[in-house]
Write a protein that binds this ligand. Structure first.
Ligand code: NAP
Ligand code: HSE
Length: 428
């Protein structure tokens, strides 16, 4: 630690990695003042050594992990490659060899976060991952520290920038789903394979990480009931607006009857609710606790510099810990075993859009089926008939998912029902 220079390796120089490298340069003086040491990114690991990397000297590039692992001068590994493997192996080996770790990798942390945190704790090594959830928004450290006495009972958030951008552009700019996705990809919000964004997997990973930290119980990606936005149409957006709602992809993790209900799906949010006003690539996370009441965190959830800012925030904390011999307290290791609630036992309200034969008695029959299955109708609108087919838009009261599904199966089988065009859950 001569001259207090801390040498680091950056794994990945894509959207986030290039931002981290640039920001580390911009912050050089600040880092010295904040930590008492300076940061040298000694190695940058990439897959393709031939690709041009703006601002990164070619001589520090490598595609060889062993060079980094076996370099005793490198005390800090900043992992912004993504994916479960080889990132898991690299982080495990880094921790085992006593190197501190900062990561933005939600894919890895949503599946193996608890295992890695336990290992880091055992080895007295820092493992920080603020950027893994909601980009630039500080939410990991608040969940582990500031909110740890809040008796949290609910987290509800818009935690995927790509889908929020798409839904905003479909609603406000009349863009098609495909146009908006192309824009989000160009802006660096989308994952390398945007399926993870649009199918809700990215949000599911983030809500799994937050649920584990909030409730001190392990929740993994596969525990999360997940629906994406690929079935949302311009008509759904228009009808939702007519009813006074915006459609958002939300992640929810709530303590319900001694279980953790954890899910990601599109939702109609009342226009006056603060989450309805979260636009473009912005993210927001609402938390409710019995002690703290409500709190909301909002900011940029994706993109090069916002995400790099969260990574560098962690780097500064780890540097300070290294220089003050204070590494190894990460928090967040689960010490409870709270079961995950089956989705069919969850209660929701629904927006249901149907195309039906325009003849007397059809609405009454549908209402009868819904009523017989415990589904109450809160609002219903019938649109003018075209070619003998009318459109019905129904908003239900709160109902158990399994009762709604039973009703839906019968409705789908009715001869008067031509199409079930949209099913979206409704807030409240
Ligand atoms: P990206 O643009 O695809 O960049 C990935 C980088 O990692 C590339 O430089 C790539 O090398 C390198 N890489 C990937 N696999 C590698 C391997 N096996 N060996 C060596 N290098 C490898 O990804 P990104 O958007 O920056 O995301 C990075 C991480 O941050 C992911 O975990 C992501 O989920 C997370 N994150 C991203 C955002 C965002 O807004 N983009 C926000 C929050 C968190 P090549 O350049 O040679 O291909
Ligand atoms: N693809 C992610 C998003 C990046 O759109 O939110 C941030 O994790």
């Amino acid at each position: 630690m001569e001259n207090h220079v801390i040498k680091a390796a950056l794994l990945g120089a894509g959207t986030v990695g290039s931002g981290v490298y640039a920001l580390a340069g911009m912050l050089a003086d600040e880092i010295c003042k904040k930590t008492g040491g300076s940061l040298e990114i000694k190695r940058v690991m990439v897959r393709d050594l031939k690709k041009k990397r703006d601002g990164i000297p070619p001589e520090i590039l490598t595609d060889n992990w062993e060079e980094i692992l076996n370099d005793d001068e490198i005390w800090l590994v900043i992992e912004v490659m993504g994916g479960v493997e080889p990132a898991k192996t690299y982080i495990t080996q880094a921790v085992l060899s006593g190197k501190q770790v900062v990561s933005a990798n939600k894919d890895l942390l949503a599946e193996h976060g608890q295992e890695l945190l336990s290992l880091a704790e055992e080895r007295g090594v820092d493992l920080q991952f603020e950027a893994a959830v909601a980009g630039a928004i500080p939410i990991i450290r608040p969940l582990k520290q500031s909110l740890s006495a809040s008796l949290l009972t609910e987290i509800m958030g818009i935690v995927n920038g790509t889908t929020n951008y798409i839904l905003t552009k479909m609603s406000e700019a009349g863009m098609s789903y495909e146009e908006a996705l192309e824009e989000a990809t160009k802006l660096g919000y989308a994952e390398a394979d945007p399926t993870a964004d649009v199918e809700g997997y990215d949000a599911a990973r983030k809500i799994a990480i937050m649920a584990s930290l909030a409730y001190n119980s392990t929740v993994v990606f596969s525990d999360v009931y997940t629906e994406g936005i690929t079935k949302i149409t311009a008509e759904d957006v228009r009808y939702a607006e007519e009813f006074g709602y915006a459609i958002k992809l939300v992640g929810i993790a709530a303590l319900e009857g001694g279980q953790i209900g954890v899910r990601v799906h599109p939702m109609l949010i009342p226009e006056q609710h603060p989450l309805a006003t979260v636009r473009d690539s912005f993210n927001a996370v609402f938390v409710h606790g019995e002690a703290n009441d409500d709190a909301m965190f909002m900011g940029r959830g994706a993109g090069k510099m916002p995400t790099a800012s969260a990574v560098m925030g962690d780097v500064i904390i780890v540097m300070r810990n290294i220089l003050h011999d204070n590494c190894g307290w990460n928090g967040g290791v689960a010490y409870k075993h709270i079961p995950v609630k089956p989705m069919e036992e969850t209660k929701s309200r629904f927006f249901l859009r149907l195309k039906v034969a325009d003849r007397p008695g059809v609405l009454a029959n549908i209402a009868g089926v819904l009523g017989n299955n415990d589904v109450s109708i809160a609002q219903v609108v019938q649109k003018p008939s075209r070619g003998g087919v009318a459109e019905l838009v129904v908003i239900t009261g709160a109902v158990l998912e399994r009762h709604f599904n039973d009703a839906l199966m019968i409705v789908k089988g009715m001869s008067a029902v031509r199409e079930v065009s949209g099913i979206i859950r409704v807030y409240g």
